[in-house]
Unconditional design. Structure first.
Length: 222
């Protein structure tokens, strides 16, 4: 450890190498989170439907995505979609599409558990008030399901932020690639990866503490 030189870690490093990658990592996380929750909720409702023609495709999609490593899905989208469409897809756009599609499967299972955690009496009460199935889900069940699953949804989002480092496989410029590029240019790869580990730890650990505080507040309200 005596040979480590962290003097290259300064504001110039942050502005020239890390800021661009950090912004993309955050953007990718937020877009994939919103898209994943929206499509995941639709998948959850399909899996809970009494119609087999809705259940089977959603179940197949969720189980398939959850059974394949994310890095393989990233490579599939990046290589196969341009082959099928005949048009190149940029690394950033490919990463956004891939993460949204992949995370939808995980958010789907979280939302399905959240919907099932709402007492059936709430559904019957909605029907008694004259609400349709869609209105009952939108106005009664889903708000409670989101509240019940909010800590888990945010925890999955932290994992999503960590997984954004996998976009190195297709050459997208994320936070980890910023550290890698800096380490190569300054000939300090060990220090660069060490700093990357610290930065990822600080960000994810801080977010985890916030999620725990939120979970405690929700528990107190209940």
């Amino acid at each position: 450890m005596s040979g480590l030189d962290l003097s290259f870690f300064n504001l110039e490093l942050v502005s020239n190498y890390l800021l661009k990658g950090f912004i993309f990592s955050v953007q990718l996380t937020l877009i994939a989170m919103v898209g994943g929750i929206v499509f995941g909720t639709l998948l959850a409702l399909m899996r809970l439907s009494s119609h087999p023609w809705l259940q089977w495709p959603a179940t197949l999609y969720v189980n398939t995505m959850r059974s394949i490593p994310l890095v393989m899905v990233i490579l599939w989208f990046f290589l196969l979609i341009p082959f099928l469409t005949g048009k190149p897809m940029g690394a950033e756009l490919s990463a956004i599409v891939t993460f949204t599609a992949f995370e939808a499967a995980y958010y789907s299972e979280i939302m399905r558990a959240g919907i099932q955690s709402v007492a059936r009496g709430q559904v019957y009460a909605g029907y008694a008030l004259g609400l349709t199935y869609g209105q009952t889900m939108r106005l009664v069940v889903l708000p409670q399901a989101f509240r019940n699953m909010l800590p888990i949804l945010l925890t999955q989002t932290i994992i999503l932020f960590q997984d954004t480092s996998l976009v190195y496989a297709i050459g997208a410029y994320d936070l980890l690639r910023g550290f890698t590029t800096a380490g190569r240019n300054f000939n300090r790869p060990v220090e660069a990866f060490l700093l990357a580990t610290v930065v990822y730890f600080v960000i994810c650990f801080s977010l985890s503490l916030l999620v725990k505080r939120l979970q405690a507040r929700i528990a107190i309200v209940r």
